[in-house]
Design a binder for this molecule. Structure first.
Ligand SMILES: *[C@@H]1O[C@H](CO)[C@@H](O)[C@H](O)[C@H]1NC(C)=O
Ligand SMILES: *[C@@H]1O[C@H](CO)[C@@H](O)[C@H](O)[C@H]1NC(C)=O
Length: 245
């Protein structure tokens, strides 16, 4: 018995030493530090969203609807595309801080509830060029606060998660034009080099930085051989046992 254990150990050591290259070379375990980011930053943003359907330059346009949509009390089945300005105050001529770009569709057969899919593109300050992605349910002209999930982000908002609270300030029943106050709360990662990493054009560069910095490569390969070792051991231990018995 002692003999068989010894031979198993020797064989397993040999397997570890001659471990095959990983067949998953496209997957690497890295640290967040290696891509220059650190976790846990909390940010709140407040801005005013101007959804304009009327006039010669609408920022919200209907792009599709089903034939029965006009008969529905909630215009269920209509879809609009938006490129709405986001400003610092409720006054549309106040400072532009970003744009809400995306779509909303009437997704409820009874009330004016939409599914909103939009990217909040920041065009000012520290987060200039960064985006937050919002996807959720929003009732048009609801009296209270509507809450939508923030499901991700780019640039200074990488790894973002949070929520957006929307409160209608004004709503014109005739035109459908509205101004909505947004309060967005997000937890995200901050970049250690905000100047370069926040620029969208630099996004392609980040996956390359681990190789620029040798630190993550040895980790990656030791991880690969460890997983090879573990998977081979599972396969070979029962085989060895069968041979010896
Ligand atoms: C935001 O970034 C763009 C592109 O880099 C630049 O052209 C623009 O001047 C910046 N805006 C502000 C307000 O910093
Ligand atoms: C690369 O590693 C060195 C130290 O090993 C560190 O000083 C440097 O900031 C790292 N660079 C990046 C881009 O992570």
């Amino acid at each position: 018995m002692a003999n068989s254990i010894t031979s198993s150990i020797i064989l397993l050591s040999l397997i570890t030493l001659t471990s095959l290259p990983s067949n998953q070379a496209y997957i690497r375990t890295i640290s967040k530090e290696s891509i220059g980011i650190k976790d846990g930053q909390q940010t709140q943003l407040t801005f005013y969203y101007h959804d304009t359907l009327s006039g010669s330059n609408p920022t919200s346009v209907q792009i599709a609807k089903v034939s029965g949509s006009n008969n529905s009390p909630s215009t269920f089945g209509s879809l609009s595309m938006i490129d709405d300005p986001l400003t610092e105050t409720a006054d549309s001529s106040s400072k532009l801080i970003g744009r809400a770009q995306g779509m909303y569709a009437m997704a409820d057969q009874n009330e004016f509830a939409t599914i909103m899919i939009m990217n909040i593109l920041i065009l000012d300050g520290d987060f200039n060029g960064s985006t937050l992605s919002v996807l959720g349910r929003n009732i048009v002209n609801a009296p209270g606060v509507q809450e939508l999930p923030v499901i991700g982000g780019t640039g200074g908002f990488r790894f973002a998660k949070g929520y957006a609270q929307a409160k209608t300030q004004t709503y014109d029943k005739k035109t459908g034009d509205s101004v909505v106050e947004y309060n967005v709360f997000v937890t995200h990662s901050s970049s250690s080099t905000p100047g370069s990493d926040d620029s969208p054009s630099d996004d392609g560069g980040s996956p390359g930085s681990p190789s620029k910095n040798g630190s993550s490569s040895p980790r990656a390969s030791s991880h690969a051989s460890l997983s090879n070792f573990v998977s081979l051991s599972f396969l070979l231990i029962p085989l060895l046992y069968l041979c010896i018995v």
